[in-house]
Design a binder for this molecule. Structure first.
Ligand code: SF4
Length: 251
């Protein structure tokens, strides 16, 4: 008897094709199993405690004006603030304005940021955005999101940081630290940084919104660390729903 032909599986074409889940689809963590975000009263209490502990939090990227902040932010992609500061101290000594940066040129910028990663792309972007500022905006950084986001090397997160720190807009740019902290507590339920930003900007009370970005970054960088959060010394430990909390290391 000739071997039987295998039966064709269910057809997955036409408008319903997208509804047929592929057998190999990776399992997504069920949203409902994550703890419920804290309520607005607790959000306010969390930020009250951050403010009481550190009334004037500051970003750690060194800069003197909106332009040097913008350059520092562009250079900070995939790099530490300390590493960027080390490079910009030298760079800004010779080029702290867009026209000077254009005159320095890509090779000159590269020389000063040699300790950073992606230095070719970063040098190209810094010179190109400086050129655009000189040609189109009189050499100044405009406080306009659409313009900032159109500059080479400047994405939505970088634009939010500049708008917040240089122009006092109450944006909450979400980096890896803020995304982690907001998901652990949780302040919001979101799958991506942009969704987290939109939700944070809705739920953080107005009086805390301008500085929320700094408080959350500092908390993530020094207490709610990626590999091992230091829950035993966390000032919002009783409000946070992350489990299990980490105990103090044995002395
Ligand atoms: S209790 Fe732990 S997990 Fe929660 S915010 Fe504090 S350090 Fe992070």
């Amino acid at each position: 008897m000739p071997p039987r032909k295998p039966r064709p599986g269910p057809k997955a074409s036409g408008p319903k094709a997208a509804l047929v889940a592929p057998l190999t689809a990776p399992a997504k963590p069920a949203r409902s199993r994550r703890p419920k975000p804290v309520d607005r009263e607790m959000v306010a209490e969390i930020f009250r405690r951050f403010r009481d502990a550190n009334p004037e939090p500051r970003g750690e990227l060194e800069h003197t004006d909106p332009y040097t902040l913008l350059v520092a932010v562009v250079l900070s992609a995939q790099a530490t603030d300390a590493g960027v500061n080390k490079a910009t101290r030298e760079l800004f000594r010779v080029a702290d304005r867009p026209d000077k940066m254009v005159a320095l040129g890509e090779d000159g910028v590269r020389e000063h940021i040699r300790t950073l990663n992606f230095l070719n792309t970063k040098a190209r972007n810094v010179v190109a955005l400086s050129h655009r500022l000189v040609e189109e905006h009189g050499g100044v950084v405009p406080p306009i999101r659409a313009v900032l986001e159109s500059l080479p090397g400047v994405g939505g997160k970088s634009a939010s940081v500049v708008l917040n720190m240089a122009f006092g807009e109450p944006t909450i740019a979400v980096d890896t630290h803020i995304f982690r902290v907001a998901s652990r507590i949780p302040l919001v339920r979101a799958d991506a940084p942009l969704e987290t930003q939109a939700k944070l900007e809705r739920i953080v009370p107005p009086e805390f919104r301008l500085l929320a970005h700094h408080w959350l970054i500092l908390h993530g960088r020094y207490v709610c660390k990626a590999r091992r959060p230091e829950c035993w010394r966390c000032l919002i430990r009783d409000l946070c729903r992350y489990e299990p909390k980490t105990p103090a290391p044995a002395s």
